[in-house]
Design a protein around this ligand. Structure first.
Ligand code: HEM
Length: 361
């Protein structure tokens, strides 16, 4: 189905022009984030919210074709956040969810979200040009006009996809970046090595691009280690067996719900030595080249692997390198270093609240 393919290509940044467009948006957003942090003038601050806003702006660009100023959050984002908070907790993945989640409140939030998205669709209709597909909403308008699969491309489904993209694409990547700063302030030697690579390959005169990554093995290894140690999605999405199957001597009946324990795989000492230690070097061979591992599954595996993997990897690389190109991050005087292993386990794995100082390089 052409429409579905296009939607996949749009979000997974598979097509070349899209990739270029996304790269530019991420580079611009990384600069806005740097400017925002610069306003702190080296004083202690919490990077939490501004990282969240920078990352959610990337999804806003994919979906609505626009970013928002960090002080001017559109109504939709707090409404979405509240809906996520209501649905949070380990039991939300079980059948008990309907007794735990306050459904009346949830439904009123869903109503509000739906009407906000509808307003955006209407705004897009007014300036729609089929030869210039700016974002996800335009793509939706295009496929509905072409009357392809009207039962699939309903406004309700579009609403659900948009909510999914914000849910899956914001806190995950934002938490990866929040963890990356935790590890950098706790491991100044690793931070310095990344900065040396940045200085050598990128310098101070331009912003990072994805082509740089292949020439920056220590930086790549550092990002891989953040993805591994700080598994932001500890448990994969629920799936079900399509037929009765046998695994390690256990019979699993058809239709059984299966949750992948990604955290366990990434912290198993048989897969990774000293699994709770932050060791970017584990990803480098004797020649300093990055080694891959089939145990490295923070995005899960198989046909339902994370749809946003490509986008998330681009964001992690460009945001991380731009931040370290501009600043050295430190634990503020008199404050305890942040916890690099334990964190808050909600739908995604978040570091405990912490402050940093960002010293301009
Ligand atoms: C560090 C960042 C991210 C991590 C670690 C991550 C991880 C994951 C994992 C583990 C899954 C579950 C796969 C499964 O069901 O087995 C998933 C699904 C998904 N992710 Fe991500 N993700 C990240 C960023 C993103 C971004 C930026 C987007 C949006 C563009 C996104 C969109 C999705 C979607 C739509 C799914 C559901 C795919 C499906 O069910 O077919 N993710 N992700």
């Amino acid at each position: 189905m052409e429409g579905t393919e296009e939607i996949h290509a749009l979000v997974s940044s598979r097509s070349r022009p899209r990739k270029k467009k996304f790269t530019k948006s991420i580079q611009d957003e990384a600069r806005y984030l740097v400017q925002n942090i610069e306003n702190e003038n080296g004083k202690a601050f919490s990077p939490r919210d501004r990282i969240g806003k920078a990352v959610s702006n990337i999804i806003s660009i994919v979906v609505f074709g626009t970013r928002y100023d960090y002080n001017d959050t559109p109504e939709m984002l707090p409404v979405l956040e509240e809906a996520v908070r209501l649905g949070e907790g380990p039991l939300s993945l079980t059948n008990l969810a309907r007794f735990i989640v306050p459904m009346k409140k949830m439904l009123s939030l869903v109503d509000r979200l739906y009407s906000l998205i509808r307003q955006e669709v209407d705004r897009h209709r007014q300036s729609f040009d089929p030869t210039d597909i700016r974002d996800f909403i335009d793509l939706f308008i295009k496929v509905t006009r072409e009357e392809e699969d009207p039962e699939v491309y309903t406004e309700w489904n579009v609403f659900r996809i948009i909510v999914d993209l914000y849910l899956a694409g914001t806190d995950t990547t934002a938490n990866t970046l929040r963890w990356s700063l935790v590890h950098m302030v706790n491991h100044p030697d690793a931070q310095k090595r990344v900065q040396q690579e940045i200085d050598q390959i990128i310098g101070q005169g331009r912003v990072a691009k994805m082509e740089d990554k292949a020439r920056m093995p220590f930086t790549e290894a550092t990002i891989l280690e953040v993805f591994r140690l700080s598994t932001v999605v500890p448990v994969g999405g629920p799936h079900a067996t399509s037929e009765t199957t046998n695994l390690a001597g256990y019979t699993i009946p058809k239709g059984t719900v299966i949750l992948g324990d990604l955290y366990r795989v990434l912290h198993d000492k048989n897969n990774f030595e000293d699994p709770y230690k932050f060791k970017p070097e584990r990803w480098l061979d004797d020649d300093g080249k990055v080694v891959k591992s089939d145990k490295m599954i923070p995005f899960s595996i198989g046909p339902r692997v994370c749809l946003g993997k490509g986008l998330a990897e681009m964001e992690a690389f460009i945001f991380f390198t731009t931040l370290l190109q501009s600043f050295t991050f430190k634990v503020p005087e008199g404050e305890k270093p942040p916890d690099g292993v334990e964190g808050l386990n909600a739908l995604t794995f978040t570091p405990y609240p912490y402050n940093v100082c960002a010293v301009r390089r």
